[in-house]
Design a protein around this ligand. Structure first.
Ligand SMILES: Cc1cc2nc3c(=O)[nH]c(=O)nc-3n(C[C@H](O)[C@H](O)[C@H](O)COP(=O)(O)O)c2cc1C
Length: 216
């Protein structure tokens, strides 16, 4: 099938949204934990958590237009903190359910049965069941003028993950914790790692990274 932008614009909006939400590929699936100033804990699934650089460690969250109440954004702005919790095979159904429009005074933790966890210095709830838990502080935000979405940048303040995932070069074997990826707005997949490859150089053929050590 070949489509131009003008043909795309004539599709029914849900159909177009489904197409555009899947066409750029698999995404990560994370639960964003926040707490309101009134002390209500909130949890929302996001598939737009972006790696924005490691020095300093920064993450981006892309928010849909703030035309309706968005508890996650309000809580991040009022408390300055949020958590990012990876979704694994055991919790993806509960994670999906957090997308439902619960009342502002309803905690998605209670609604879904996921367990909240707190650590010193991060006034936002982590998801106890999650294999990777990041504590983040609000840094800045950048409105995307073209469509009203908002990119919120957070600085990573704490990281906690299952020890068994850590590899000798510092990377995490996400498959060992059965972390899922997100397909569009309703699919969850368990990816299979085909191979890790050496850092690419113009004069050296592609090589498998069999010993798990990357030499840059
Ligand atoms: C798979 C999936 C991924 C989603 N990703 C995002 C996202 O990246 N950004 C966003 O603003 N909303 C996203 N949503 C929608 C939010 O989860 C939903 O609006 C949620 O109710 C927000 O909760 P809140 O009002 O407590 O912030 C996603 C929903 C699903 C099902």
């Amino acid at each position: 099938m070949f489509l131009t932008a003008s043909e795309l614009s004539r599709f029914a909006s849900r159909y177009r949204a489904n197409l555009m939400n899947t066409i750029s590929g698999y995404k990560s699936a994370n639960l964003i934990g926040t707490r309101s100033v009134e002390g209500i804990n909130n949890l929302a699934i996001f598939n737009s958590v972006l790696h924005m650089g490691s020095k300093p460690p920064l993450l981006g969250l892309l928010f849909r237009p703030l035309t309706v109440r968005r508890d996650t954004y309000e809580n991040i702005k009022s408390t300055g903190y949020f958590t990012v919790n990876a979704v694994d095979k055991t919790i993806f159904r509960q994670a999906h359910q957090t997308a439902a429009k619960y009342a502002q005074d309803t905690s998605e933790f209670e609604a879904t049965g996921l367990t909240e966890k707190f650590i010193d210095g991060i006034p936002a709830p982590f998801v106890k069941e999650s294999p990777i838990q990041l504590g983040c502080a609000y840094e800045n935000e950048y409105p995307i003028a073209e469509n009203g979405t908002l990119l919120v940048l957070g600085a990573i303040k704490t990281i906690e993950f299952q020890d068994t995932m850590l590899q000798t070069d510092g990377s995490l074997a996400l498959n060992r914790a059965e972390i899922v990826s997100s397909v569009g707005l309703d699919g969850y997949a368990l990816p299979t790692l085909l191979e890790r490859l050496h850092y690419a150089k113009p004069d050296i053929p592609t090589r498998s990274l069999e010993d798990g050590t990357q030499e840059n």
